[in-house]
Design a protein around this ligand. Structure first.
Ligand code: SAM
Length: 249
């Protein structure tokens, strides 16, 4: 039985090694080797262009299963940080909850286990990530509470969400301001809560060549953030922020 609370995450990332090894049918030692090499391997895989087709191709096809190793290595190595984001998520998630760019599903699983959450809608361009999260949901008995979709145009998705998580994704999309507007349009105007963070930087050693850092795009992002969202205080992490929508009267 996997405990989907903070202690359970700090213990073993919600059985992450075991889940990934079983999903990929890999011996655990090989998984360790691949996770250790994954950040460098991903940085070698430069996207050909950071425009919309380039980003889509990169995350949907070129990265493939490589992102599973990279994200798993990161969640296990930086478990204290991820646990803090889960703590913040507990203050925000409710009702129909969107996890946009949900990756390997740590946040989706934790949200789906919360009594105040009706269903988690995990959206991710990467098919390996979606299959892994759906597999994990079945493995922990939450398959009725997590639905995985490729993008926001999927007709299964609710028109509006009661809450949303979009963590470590905004710097990966070609136009972060456009995504932020879309997220604002899909959040409940009354009582909806968004959990967001961003890192518009390619890294001190250039280790994140695929991150968006164009100053004009970043400025537009902050303009939309300030037009559409009002920050809410929480006591856990200053890099992951929660928001309600400003009224558009
Ligand atoms: C750095 S990972 C973050 C994953 C997860 N949110 C976390 O915090 O571990 C970025 C994720 O965004 C997804 N992604 C990138 N562009 C996307 C897009 N346009 N639509 C949906 N998902 C996208 C990637 O496939 C990847 O899973």
């Amino acid at each position: 039985m996997v405990a989907l609370d903070i202690a359970g995450f700090l213990h073993d990332g919600f059985a992450l090694r075991e889940h990934l090894a079983a999903f990929l049918t890999l011996p655990e030692e090989e998984l360790e080797t691949r996770m250790a090499a994954a950040t460098d391997a991903l940085a070698q895989l430069q996207p050909t262009a950071l425009d919309e087709p380039g980003c889509e191709r990169f995350y949907e096809s070129e990265v493939g299963a490589g992102h599973l190793y990279e994200l798993a290595g990161w969640h296990l190595q930086s478990a204290d940080y991820i646990a803090d984001t889960l703590r913040v998520q507990m203050t925000a998630a409710q009702g129909d909850h969107l996890d946009f760019g949900g990756g390997i599903g740590s946040h989706a699983l934790a949200a789906a286990a919360l009594p105040q959450v009706r269903r988690v809608w995990m959206v991710d361009l990467n098919g390996s990530n979606r299959e892994f999260v759906a597999w994990r949901a079945r493995r922990v008995g939450l398959e009725d509470r997590i639905v995985c979709c490729r993008d926001l145009s999927d007709a299964q998705l609710p028109g509006r969400f009661d809450s949303l998580t979009c963590l470590d994704v905004l710097e990966h999309v070609p136009d972060p301001a456009a995504l932020l507007s879309q997220l604002a349009d899909r959040l409940m105007p009354e009582g909806g809560v968004a959990l967001l963070n961003w890192y518009f930087f390619k890294g001190f050693q250039g280790e994140y060549p695929f991150h968006i850092d164009d100053p004009a795009l970043v400025q537009r992002f902050f303009e939309v953030l300030q037009e559409r969202f009002l920050e809410r205080f929480h006591p856990y992490l200053i890099t992951a922020r929660t928001y309600t929508l400003r009224s558009r009267g």
